[in-house]
Write a protein that binds this ligand. Structure first.
Ligand SMILES: [Fe+2]
Ligand SMILES: [Fe+2]
Length: 184
């Protein structure tokens, strides 16, 4: 079974659990999501199905499936909400990330360490994520240290973007951002 499929079934992007944590993060950042936003949160990572690597060529295009569904069900605004939840995808297309990007990043703060690591190990994602972050957290360090580093980094950037946006109401839909390249 491909890593992306395992991720959705029992890994980091588990189809029931991950949206719950994103929903909690969204509520913290923006208040309660609308029904349409909630559905976008549920489907945003479905495109990982069948992806060999989370950040490989097929994994990088993962926002497209959910975006196509949101576009069909709702409108272009919700399509873009899903499509641009990936900083990498947005950057590659010369666009700004959507609100969902920051809720997605902050969601890790709502994942208990033991449960996140259990899923990441079971799906095989952990190795890929650790490899990508090895310049910051050497592979010799524990998985728990790496996770704490990621949690702190993502929480800080999501909250900072929210604050920036609050000072610039016109940027509410697409946050102006200092595009970091990591997509761990
Ligand atoms: Fe994603
Ligand atoms: Fe996600």
């Amino acid at each position: 079974m491909k890593t992306g499929t395992k991720s959705l079934l029992f890994g980091v992007h588990q189809v029931f659990w991950h949206p719950l944590t994103v929903c909690r993060a969204w509520t913290r950042l923006y208040g309660c999501p609308t029904f349409r936003e909630m559905l976008c949160i549920v489907i945003h990572d479905w495109g990982y199905w069948g992806a060999a690597e989370m950040d490989g060529a097929d994994g990088a295009g993962h926002p497209e499936l959910g975006a196509a569904i949101a576009g069909k069900l709702f409108d272009a605004v919700h399509r873009d909400l899903v499509l641009l939840h990936s900083r990498r995808y947005a950057k590659e297309h010369g666009l700004l990330p959507s609100k969902l990007c920051w809720a997605d990043k902050l969601s890790i703060a709502y994942d208990p360490e033991w449960f996140y690591l259990l899923r990441a190990r079971a799906s095989g994602e952990l190795h890929e994520y650790r490899r990508q972050a090895q310049s910051w957290v050497p592979l010799e360090e524990s998985d728990r240290s790496w996770l704490r580093w990621i949690k702190a980094r993502f929480t800080k950037s999501a909250v900072a973007q929210r604050r920036k946006s609050a000072g610039h109401p016109r940027r509410e839909v697409n946050f102006a951002m200092s595009a970091e390249s990591d997509e761990v």
